[in-house]
Ligand binder design. Sequence first.
Ligand code: SAM
Length: 410
Amino acid sequence: MAEHPAYPVGLRLTGRRVVVLGGGQVAQRRLPALIAAGADVLLVSPGATPSVEAMADAGEIRWERRPYADGDLADAWYALIATSDPEANAAASAEAERHRVWCVRSDDADLATAWTPATGHSEGVTVAVLTTDARGRDPRRTAAIRDAVVEGLRDGTLVAPHHRTRTAGVALVGGGPGDPDLITVRGRRLLAEADVVIADRLGPRDLLAELPPHVEVIDAAKIPYGRFMAQEAINNALIEHAKQGKAVVRLKGGDPYVFGRGMEELQALAEAGIPCTVVPGISSSISVPGAAGIPVTHRGVAHEFTVVSGHVAPDDERSLVDWPALARLTGTLVILMGVDKIGKIAETLIAHGRSPDTPVALVQEGTTAAQRRVDATLATVAATVAAEEVRPPAVIVVGEVVHVGPRSAE
Ligand SMILES: C[S@@+](CC[C@H](N)C(=O)[O-])C[C@H]1O[C@@H](n2cnc3c(N)ncnc32)[C@H](O)[C@@H]1O
């Protein structure tokens, strides 16, 4: 049977009976795709892994708790034979042959009438990789080829020009805190498709160096804004480039909607009739403390974390933050844009009840090669920031979580 290559095909299983024999690891790996394909899955097995059991409990599959019996495959369109009993596997395989049911065998690919390819998905395309004969089967190789193709399609390094749907208009992409590996897969793909990238100082600047030469990279801080406010000038630049039919990426640090003015840009684009897609990013408010070994919550220590902007002092009339209320909370306070005003902020927190001994950590340029962590308390933080010359960008963490991890976790 294995002398000829397998004939690849996509089975449309919606509502069709698929019988799975054996509820172990193989079933656990294969069932999600069968469920996603809409198959009417019958599992026959005396036992099952907790994950498989959960699928049965959720009603995603029907589970008959017993060993295989002749006749189980009579109504099946497709079967997966994966019990730990070689005799049952052989008997089920023979039954499948009798009923002309395509069947996969986890114990012997050579005796199977069907093979499961290594599969992956990217933008409406399923990539399925099979080796040409059973003897040459090497699951690690097929998985590696699948990964390479899917990853290439996702990040744009594998370009299929005739099939690629470029995202029209502007993509507001959250680039994460700075480490180029911490952008999302979708963000990276959109970046690879861009004609124009308008980037902030924060975020994964290293990714810009990877862009092909034809891509116009604009530093948002350098857009001339004359009589406009800087943000209006950025909005206008986005609109102008998109109107020229270019694929524009607005690359922002962290997440576009966390102190990122993402919604202002989206609104300006909507008013100009430009389609806009927003790609979330990993916000520095959680990831930067994490990169320095500080969890923003910890069981028994902090059941809440509050993220605030410290760009204006607590006594500034423009401040929208209720600092006295924050001082009464016992959980973690994460302050962004707060380096300049940390003295006033610490004073206010202490004045409204937070202990002066509350631990504080400042994490500067988190997730980048220049990352540095400086520790203090609410009482000492202002002096420490001055003495240690802590500079923005930094995330300031206030609360007992600062002490829960080993400093070596940085
Ligand atoms: C305008 S806010 C943008 C926040 C961003 N949208 C986010 O979700 O992370 C800029 C502030 O984020 C913080 N920040 C961003 N990236 C950082 C990094 N890599 N290290 C430390 N702080 C960072 C700093 O507090 C900085 O002043």
